[in-house]
Design a protein around this ligand. Structure first.
Ligand code: FES
Ligand code: FES
Length: 154
């Protein structure tokens, strides 16, 4: 079948029931998307499908024909980082870094839906797990990328 990944048509002969995460990592060598739990609980495997944040470890490729898949590899570049990536650096968000590509993809989906998210919006959208506890910095970086001058709200 054909997948649309980061704006390019990609052919795959993967089993249709194979979750997208394995197709990305094991067959396409796109390892920016991480495996954490494998049961849609942690969010480290988050990609965007037609703009929405989706946990790729439980998304069979058969369900993705005709849909636009975006992975962390296409969020920005070192020369031209996404506003979230620039904010992530400014706020020094990552610790070990393992969960961060999933965090960024979830945040990108949030900002596209909501230009100026509140803390409540962020809490609702950002259900990813970070073992290093970067949640407060994630929140600050999302506010920074959104240009929220009021910063974190109570
Ligand atoms: S690896 Fe997909 S949610 Fe944890
Ligand atoms: S930065 Fe280490 S798990 Fe989130």
């Amino acid at each position: 079948m054909e997948l649309n990944i980061n704006g390019k048509a990609v052919q795959t002969d993967a089993d249709p029931s194979m979750p997208l995460l394995w197709v990305l990592r094991d067959t396409l060598n796109m390892t920016g998307t991480k495996f954490g739990c494998g049961v849609a609980a942690c969010g480290s495997c988050t990609v965007r499908i037609d703009g929405e944040a989706v946990r790729s470890c439980v998304m069979p490729v058969a369900a993705l024909a005709g849909k636009k898949i975006q992975t962390i590899e296409a969020l920005g570049t070192p020369d031209k980082p996404h506003a979230l990536q620039a904010a992530w650096i400014a706020e020094q968000v990552p610790q070990c870094g393992y969960c961060q590509s999933g965090m960024l993809m979830a945040a990108a989906a949030l900002l596209e839906r909501k230009l100026k998210p509140t803390d409540a919006d962020i809490d609702e959208a950002m259900t990813n797990i970070c073992r290093c506890g970067t949640y407060q910095r994630v929140r600050a970086a999302i506010h920074r990328a959104a240009g929220n001058t009021q910063g974190a709200q109570a």
